[in-house]
Design a protein around this ligand. Structure first.
Ligand SMILES: NC(=O)c1ccc[n+]([C@@H]2O[C@H](COP(=O)([O-])OP(=O)(O)OC[C@H]3O[C@@H](n4cnc5c(N)ncnc54)[C@H](O)[C@@H]3O)[C@@H](O)[C@H]2O)c1
Length: 257
C-alpha cells in the first residue's frame, strides 16, 4: 500500500521504539512518505537517530516544542530539504510527574502551565509553522494524539485530562481556521498503551486491566493499530474528514455500566 507515496511528513514525539509516533512513522514510511523526525533534547537524540536509520533518507532534527526558535528551525530545514509538507503527526505530551499522582486540587500553577503549553499549545505552534509549507502543496493533514481523560475522569490522569480537553478544542478551532486551505486537523484518541509517557501515570497497569475487562473487544490496543488508523487520516482516504476525534480504543469509550 503506497497511499503516502510522494508525500512529505513531519513526525514529532518519538522517544523510543514503543512511542506511538514511531509506529506512525514506520507505517507512513512503508506507505511511501519521506519523513522528518524530531527528538526532544540530547537525551533522546541517539535513540531517535538509531531508529531513523531504518527509514529511507530521513531528516532528523532537534525539537523542544516550548522553544519557538527550534520550531522555526525545523520548518526552515523542511522547506530547504522537502520544499513543502503534506502532513504533521503531533505526539508530544508532558505533565510533571507529581501532578499525575497528587490529588487534582493540588495542581500547581506552573504544572498546569507547562502541561497545557507542551501538550496542547504546541499543536497550534506547529500548525502555524506548517501552514505555508502545506499551502504550497495544495493542502495537508495534521494529526494529534489524545485520550478519553479529556472528557471523563481517570484516576491520576489529572492535569493531563485538562490538557487533552484543550488539545481537542484546538483540533476543532484549527480545523475551522485551516479548512478553507484544504488543511485537515484531526486527533486519534488511543486506548491506553504502555509507553514512556504512560509510565509516568501512577497505577497505569490497573487502567490496562480495566480495558481488558470492560472494552467491547475485551482487550487493549497496540501502537500498530493506532498507526493503521493514522494512515486513514493522513492519506487521501480521509480527505473529507476534519475536526474529528477518532476513537481507537477497542470500543471502551462507549461503555457505561
Ligand atoms: N500511551 C498511551 O496510553 C496514550 C493513550 C492516548 C494518547 N496518548 C498520547 O500519545 C502521544 C504520544 O505518547 P506515547 O504514549 O507514545 O509516549 P512517548 O513517551 O513515547 O511519547 C511522548 C513524546 O512527547 C515528547 N515530548 C515531551 N515533552 C516535549 C517537548 N517539550 N518537546 C518535544 N517533545 C516533547 C517526548 O520526547 C516523547 O517523544 C501523547 O500525546 C500521549 O498523551 C498516549
Amino acid at each position: 500500500m503506497s497511499v503516502l507515496s510522494g508525500k512529505y511528513g513531519l513526525i514529532v514525539g518519538v522517544a523510543n521504539k514503543r512511542s506511538i509516533a514511531w509506529a506512525i512513522a514506520q507505517a507512513a514510511a512503508a506507505a511511501g512518505a519521506r519523513l522528518a523526525v524530531t527528538y526532544q533534547g540530547e537525551r533522546l537524540e541517539e535513540n531517535v537517530r538509531e531508529l531513523s536509520e531504518t527509514l529511507s533518507n530521513p531528516l532528523v532534527l532537534p525539537l523542544d516544542v516550548t522553544d519557538d526558535a527550534q520550531i522555526a528551525s525545523v520548518f526552515a530545514a523542511i522547506e530547504k530539504e522537502f520544499g513543502g509538507l503534506d502532513f504533521v503527526v503531533h505526539g508530544a505530551a508532558y505533565a510533571p510527574r507529581e501532578e499525575l499522582s497528587a490529588p487534582f486540587v493540588q495542581t500547581s500553577r506552573e504544572g498546569f502551565r507547562m502541561s497545557l503549553d507542551i501538550s496542547a499549545y504546541s499543536l497550534v505552534a506547529l500548525a502555524r509553522g506548517a501552514l505555508p509549507l502545506m499551502e504550497r502543496r495544495g493542502g495537508g493533514s495534521l494529526l494529534t494524539l489524545t485520550y478519553l481523560g479529556s472528557e471523563r475522569v481517570f484516576h491520576n490522569y489529572n492535569v493531563m485530562g485538562v490538557a487533552k480537553a484543550a488539545l481537542e478544542a484546538c483540533v476543532r478551532y484549527l480545523a475551522a481556521d485551516l479548512g478553507p486551505k484544504n488543511i485537515r486537523v484531526n486527533a486519534i484518541s488511543a486506548g491506553p498503551i504502555k509507553t514512556l509517557a504512560a509510565a509516568g501515570i501512577a497505577g497505569f497497569s490497573s487502567i490496562l486491566q480495566h480495558y481488558r475487562d470492560r472494552a467491547p473487544l475485551r482487550r487493549t490496543v497496540d501502537t500498530a493499530e493506532v498507526a493503521d488508523a493514522a494512515m486513514f487520516l493522513l492519506s487521501d482516504a480521509g480527505r473529507a474528514v476534519t475536526a474529528e476525534v477518532l476513537m481507537v480504543d477497542a470500543g471502551y469509550h462507549a461503555t457505561g455500566m
